[in-house]
Ligand binder design. Structure first.
Ligand SMILES: Cc1cc2nc3c(=O)[nH]c(=O)nc-3n(C[C@H](O)[C@H](O)[C@H](O)COP(=O)(O)OP(=O)(O)OC[C@H]3O[C@@H](n4cnc5c(N)ncnc54)[C@H](O)[C@@H]3O)c2cc1C
Length: 365
């Protein structure tokens, strides 16, 4: 039985404390409420302060190993359930074309979580690509391929929607400006302590700190699992995508061009080489990022070069093999869900579900 004891001098108590109000934390809280729990969601700042706010929301259900593919496939199913439960999960289909070295085609096919296969683009698809990506060019050993449509979502919109659902029940709460510095166990309860000594307690806790993972209470456990932080950069290409424009994945460069409908421009995600850059550092698009982006565009879509203007930059937590870590920390009543690894929106539903299943002794994905 839960009780809230604010104002009595005793720490408020919940069935579940969720540290993190990003996509992973919001989903964990939402699923917990559906399992009948009273939940406190905790954020060190406020809503929308994490990686989720800047996420491009591209969902390619792929994985480079069986575990990743299982997470991706389960997340696709869970997004479907969310759309049914919420009426709208803020997701829309997008056609996807792939530019990849010919000899890597089989390896790309093997990443598809739904067992789908790439096909060479048709003449009609190629004509649309040429109209969409001015100057489209590739190396002789590269091919353009198509797959079934994939999905683009609105991560912060969904996160807010989920938090609204959670907070729509009066026993749940969002605790803002509460930076958890320590998690300890007292009298069979999990106690979450902030820097100023204030605290709340819960029967169980999910820790989903995103890129703050190495500054908070799970830092040591996360480091043991090989977690690091890295800068993530998505440029803006300030020209409007034409109707029906597909996304173009530059597979060999781990980059993609995604039509961003709400903004009326393109998002150009590159793989920044800036490791060990945490979210509290001044993060900016720098000359190295710009050079990488310009080189890729000059090679493949030179007509976009004049439109490369600004973009999104933040930090994310990366784990070995880009496989999220969902595991207990120091006991069966506290679980960390970390390592979005640049794919933390598309994998968030399974990370959250696995965290709760682990706490509840249910099987995991
Ligand atoms: C520019 C960019 C583009 C991206 N594009 C994509 C994409 O196209 N597709 C995709 O799948 N993924 C993408 N990602 C990755 C994805 O956005 C992240 O992996 C995901 O949002 C991480 O969610 P999270 O909930 O783990 O963390 P966050 O959203 O960062 O949330 C972390 C939360 O934890 C709280 N917190 C942390 N530490 C503490 C503490 N000690 N005490 C209290 N609160 C704490 C914070 O306040 C925050 O609420 C992108 C990321 C970036 C930066």
């Amino acid at each position: 039985m839960s009780e809230r004891t604010t104002g009595t001098g005793e720490a408020p108590h919940y069935d579940l404390a969720v540290v993190g109000a990003g996509a992973v934390g919001a989903l964990a809280a939402y699923y917990a409420v559906r399992r009948g729990r009273r939940v406190a969601v905790i954020t060190h700042a406020g809503r929308g302060t994490g990686a989720t706010r800047l996420s491009a929301g591209f969902d390619t259900p792929t994985g480079h190993n069986p575990a990743q593919r299982a997470l991706a496939a389960r997340s696709t199913a869970l997004f479907g359930e969310l759309a049914a439960g919420l009426g709208d999960a803020g997701r829309a289909p997008v056609d996807v074309r792939w530019l990849v070295t010919r000899e890597k085609t089989a390896a790309l096919d093997a990443t598809m979580a739904d067992g789908g296969r790439t096909r060479p683009v048709t003449e009609e698809q190629r004509a649309l690509l040429d109209r969409t990506f001015p100057g489209l060019a590739h190396d002789d050993d590269q091919v353009l391929l198509s797959t079934a449509p994939m999905t683009v979502g609105q991560p912060q919109w969904l996160t807010d929607r989920l938090l609204d659902e959670v907070l729509g029940r009066p026993d749940n709460t969002l605790l803002e400006g509460f930076r958890v510095t320590e998690v300890r166990r007292t009298d069979g309860r999990v106690e979450l302590v902030a820097a100023d000594g204030s605290r709340i307690t819960a029967a169980k806790a999910v820790l989903a700190p995103g890129p703050w993972v190495l500054d908070g209470p799970v830092a040591a456990a996360a480091r043991e699992r090989g977690a690091r932080v890295k800068k993530v950069v998505a440029f803006h290409i300030m020209t409007p995508p034409p109707p029906g424009a597909p996304a173009l994945v530059l597979e060999d460069a781990d980059a993609f061009l995604l039509p961003h409908r709400p903004g009326g421009h393109w998002i150009f995600s590159i793989t920044s080489p800036d490791w060990d850059r945490g979210p509290d550092e001044p993060l900016a698009i720098d000359a190295r990022d710009r050079e990488l982006a310009r080189t890729l565009l000059a090679r493949h879509v030179p007509g976009f070069l004049p439109h490369l203007l600004g973009g999104r930059v933040f930090s994310d937590c990366f784990t070995p093999g880009h496989l999220p870590v969902v595991d207990t920390v120091g006991g069966g009543d506290v679980v960390m869900a970390i390592g979005g690894s640049g794919s933390g929106y598309r994998l968030a539903p399974t990370m959250a579900e696995d965290a709760l299943n682990l706490l509840d002794g249910r099987p995991r994905t």
